[in-house]
Design a protein around this ligand. Structure first.
Ligand code: AMP
Ligand code: FE
Ligand code: FE
Ligand code: ZN
Length: 274
């Protein structure tokens, strides 16, 4: 069994349609795949229909934007009820805030690199959630940079002078809201320090207390030291260890199935579904 619990479609900042992500997952030899677009469930219907056609087990997920103080955190939520009003409200607020934030980043960037908001709108296309990758794509389209990754390395990383925060729920509140909606919360890439600051062990301990189910230990943004640290934390707090690709289509180097989740972990997550 090959299980990949973290992928993105063009509903957020992936490049393929939800159905296409499912076809690629089947072609990559996966048996179970989750679609976890940022702050949106809009890809679930299309993905689950295509997965059913392909004989692929589909896990509906969301990568919920959250924060611990000023540290940005991504919280995966598996199987939450999409019609849960409090959770849907949190996601709607974040999606809305992301628009103003992206506009402000464009204003700052435009001082040095000619860029219009319309360029970003064109790159976002029909996406429900606007993010920095769409700004990156617009800068590539304008010819300022060669690839999305290059733009992040140069001017879109978290420490950049162009970086602007956006509203997001406090992470303990996010965990509780996901649980209240019947979802199973798993902390995405908790040790990805190249992206910015990461939270200390004490925050993971208090999140476990608040209802956190698992840690995405195996992820390409974790160096061996972080994998060891997170695996030990998972053991200590009884958190489920997952692994996944964080596939974004052609927008990033991540390949489907490059990291996977064990059957035991998958079953442990399923058992916690509300
Ligand atoms: P945002 O949620 O708008 O702050 O943008 C964060 C997203 O940017 C992440 O979910 C990734 O998809 C993408 N991202 C972050 N770092 C990089 C990078 N170095 N190269 C390409 N994409 C990145
Ligand atoms: Fe992303
Ligand atoms: Fe993420
Ligand atoms: Zn992701």
């Amino acid at each position: 069994m090959r299980i990949d619990l973290h992928t993105h479609s063009n509903v957020s900042d992936g490049t393929g349609r939800p159905a296409q992500v499912m076809r690629e997952a089947a072609a990559a030899g996966l048996d179970v795949v989750a679609l976890t677009d940022h702050d949106s469930v809009d890809g679930w219907e299309e993905a689950s229909a295509e997965a059913a056609r392909l004989g692929l087990a589909f896990v509906p997920g969301i990568e919920v934007s959250a924060r611990d103080g000023w540290v940005s955190i991504h919280m995966l939520a598996y199987w939450p009820r999409p019609d849960d009003a409090p959770l849907a409200g949190i996601l709607a607020l974040t999606r809305d805030a992301r628009i103003g934030r992206a506009q402000e980043m464009v204003e700052r960037i435009a001082v040095e690199f000619p860029l219009e908001w319309e360029d970003v709108v064109a790159q976002a296309g029909s996406a429900s959630t606007v993010g920095r990758p769409h700004i990156a794509d617009a800068l590539v389209e304008r010819g300022h940079f060669a690839t999305r990754t290059e733009v992040f390395d140069e001017i879109l990383h978290n420490g950049s002078r162009f970086y602007v925060h956006h509203h997001a729920p406090e992470v303990h509140d996010a965990v509780r809201a996901i649980r209240a909606a019947g979802g199973v919360p798993v902390f995405a890439h908790p040790g990805a320090h190249a992206r910015g600051r990461v939270v200390p062990d004490s925050v993971i301990a208090s999140l476990a207390e608040a209802g956190l189910a698992g840690l995405e230990v195996d992820h390409r943004d974790h160096d061996p030291t972080q994998v060891e640290r997170l695996a030990a934390l998972a053991d200590r707090y009884g958190l489920i260890r997952t692994g996944s690709s964080d596939y974004h289509g052609t927008g990033k180097l991540n390949m489907l199935g490059e990291r996977t989740t064990s059957v035991e972990s998958y079953e442990a997550l399923l058992a916690q579904r509300g």
